[in-house]
Write a protein that binds this ligand. Structure first.
Ligand SMILES: [Zn+2]
Length: 253
């Protein structure tokens, strides 16, 4: 009897462990640090790209010293640098801010009408079941216009992000195909992440991209994942531990 029940119990245990890890990963958003940290000039951390990949295959962020914009798409990590060039960083490279999820869409639909950014966001808001949840959003297709930016790698001592962005590079594209990788966070999470929509863009040919400033949509497919678990790492660096976040943070991204 003992010999027969043991393998069955072991098998059941394996199934439950498996289920747990799938559930845990399927709708969890993982973030390396609160955004208020980056906004206030904490631009270094010890988390590597290899570690970030462990928590998701879809997302966005930046690199230590704000050395370009990060896009995580289809299990690959990209960087759009200050000159607008796209490369794939080493797994050992580090990030002060990244948020990722294993993307599984709950809902998907197509839009064919040309819409400016404000109209697009207004319509997207109407599709969301609640303003109180976090959403991962993937938008694939053609964009009539796309405006993105990136920033140059900073040296210590770091200024706040809003000062850094005064020297940002802006890139403008017309009639470009690609993917928007993004999130929507509720307003009540200000300080933790960016309230509202935050998108990064990567072109279909993987040659253009950046943090999205503006766009006009063309024919696109929209996929939305409702996040049900939020997991955040608290950095243990001296910079983070000593930073004063009670001073007014830099105004957004
Ligand atoms: Zn961004």
């Amino acid at each position: 009897m003992k010999f027969r029940t043991f393998p069955i119990l072991f098998f059941l245990l394996l199934i439950s462990v498996n289920n747990y890890s799938q559930k845990k990963n399927s709708k969890t958003l993982y973030q390396t640090s609160p955004i208020i940290s980056l906004l206030n000039g904490v631009m270094n951390d010890s988390i590597t790209i290899g570690e970030v990949e462990h928590y998701g295959d879809f997302g966005l962020g930046t690199y230590n010293g704000v050395d370009g914009e990060m896009i995580v798409l289809n299990k690959k990590v990209y960087r759009v640098d200050y000159d607008g060039k796209v490369n794939q960083p080493e797994k050992s490279e580090k990030t002060p801010f990244a948020c990722v999820t294993f993307f599984h869409s709950d809902e998907s639909f197509d839009w064919n009408n040309e819409m400016d950014y404000n109209k697009f966001i207004e319509k997207l808001d109407e599709k969301l079941p609640s303003q109180n949840l976090i959403y991962a959003i993937k938008i694939t297709g053609r964009f009539v216009e796309m405006e993105t930016r990136s920033e140059s790698k900073q040296a210590k001592p770091y200024s706040n992000l809003s000062d850094v962005l005064k020297n940002q590079s802006v890139f403008k594209f017309k009639n470009i195909q690609g993917t928007l990788v993004g999130f929507k966070f509720p307003n009540y999470m200000q300080g933790v992440n960016v309230p509202g929509y935050h998108f990064h863009f990567l072109s279909l040919d993987k040659k253009e991209g950046g943090h999205v400033l503006n766009f006009t949509s063309g024919k696109v497919k929209i996929e939305i994942e409702m996040i049900n678990t939020f997991e955040m790492n608290f950095p243990q660096t001296k910079e983070f531990l000593k930073a004063d976040f009670d001073k007014k943070p830099a105004p957004g991204l």
